[in-house]
Design a protein around this ligand. Structure first.
Ligand SMILES: [Fe+2]
Length: 370
């Protein structure tokens, strides 16, 4: 538990000293805006009740006391507020706002990803620890298998619903697809799918689950490439290409099924601290755009290099998914693909909203921390 050992009121702020000697300066207006009385912050909805713009910009604390783990402030307008010391401690180092889950990406290649990140179906379905383990792996590596899943659509749907509600999109919700090998085999020869992310035309590219319920044929191994790892490799090989992909806005679009969806972001999207947060790459769904000639050609040079790297086997996890292995993967973090195959198979799957998976991780982290 953090302890304040000293505090000092200044004209515009309160400076506190923590037990390890670190000092933090909190502007009075910030303290008033974050007070924990009910008129300021509702304890049930966890929403701000105070109208921030109505706070007098000249408001200052007149007296400050430490009492029962709270900082109690008497204000120049006669109000009194208290703020838990533990809350202030969360902000003892001023920094830009973050929505981080505290799960840093672990970059990998074909060799280092093995053994495949996996969690047992029983652990996921029967314990919060198991579910958090699975979702944490998906966040850190970009994908993870649930193993021992009953090879039925119903069980797969229940597994998805353990994480979040299933997204309804132009493709529907939960889907099952069967290709029957008794029909002409060439008609069911399915060509290779190169590394890509789904939903570059969506502002919330989803987390996705695939479960092969049945397969009789040849080929068809699934591929996953670490988008962040490929980006790191590209940066090392050609920083100019990296910069191009970090800055050129690429539109994605989907036209059909009564919809015309569009979204645009750089292939390599960074947060304002310069951390890579999302990779979006889908050659088929890229909408037309034209830049001045030099920039346009530089873009083609950059996506060629990125595409080639993302399909190098040394950077891919390649695996023939068996019934019972449900693969959950994050379209922000990895690219997926599939080798060509011949035969019949039955697949099922669904999209989950990325933000809902993040929400579940936060809920589980909070629940299991206590
Ligand atoms: Fe896809």
């Amino acid at each position: 538990m953090a302890t304040i050992t000293d505090h000092k009121s200044e004209p515009a702020a309160l400076t506190v000293t923590w037990e390890d000697g670190v000092t933090t300066t909190y502007p009075w207006i910030w303290l008033r805006d974050h007070a924990h009385d009910e008129a300021t912050f509702h304890p049930v909805t966890m929403q701000r009740n105070i109208h921030t713009a109505s706070i007098d910009p000249g408001l200052a604390g007149t007296t400050v006391e430490l009492a029962n783990g709270d900082v109690v402030i008497d204000w120049s307008d006669g109000d009194r507020s208290s703020i838990p010391v533990g809350f202030l401690a969360e902000f003892r180092t001023p920094d830009a706002a973050t929505t981080s889950l505290g799960l840093e990406p672990i970059l990998w290649d074909a060799a280092t990803i093995l053994p495949t990140p996996s969690t047992s179906y029983d652990a996921i379905m029967n314990s919060d620890e198991g579910l958090l383990d699975w979702l944490s792996k998906v966040t850190q590596y970009g994908f993870a298998l649930a193993v021992g899943v009953p090879a039925t659509g119903e069980a797969t749907k229940e597994l998805l619903e353990r994480v979040a509600y299933i997204r309804r999109s132009i493709f529907g919700g939960f889907w099952e697809f069967e290709a029957d090998m008794s029909k002409a085999d060439t008609a069911y020869t399915n060509i290779e799918l190169l590394s890509h992310t789904d939903a570059t035309y969506s502002n919330d590219a989803p987390v996705q689950l695939l479960h092969c319920l049945y397969f009789e044929g040849t080929g068809g191994e699934s591929t996953i490439a670490d988008s962040f790892g490929v980006a790191a490799e590209l940066k090392k090989q050609n920083p100019v290409h990296y910069e191009t992909l970090a800055t050129v806005l690429v539109p994605g679009q989907y036209i059909g099924d009564g919809a015309h969806l569009m979204a645009a972001r750089p292939l390599l999207r960074h947060d304002h601290n310069g951390n890579l947060v999302q990779v979006s790459f889908n050659n088929a769904d890229r909408a037309p755009f034209l830049l001045p000639p030099e920039e346009m050609v530089a873009f083609y040079d950059a996506i060629r290099a990125f595409d080639n790297l993302s399909n190098e086997h040394r950077l891919q996890w390649r695996h023939q998914l068996e019934p019972g292995e449900a693969m959950l993967f994050d379209n922000w973090r990895v690219m997926h693909g599939r080798a060509s195959y011949q035969g019949g198979r039955k697949l099922c799957g669904a999209y989950l909203n990325h933000e809902d998976v993040e929400s579940k991780i936060r809920m589980l982290q909070t629940a299991l921390k206590g």
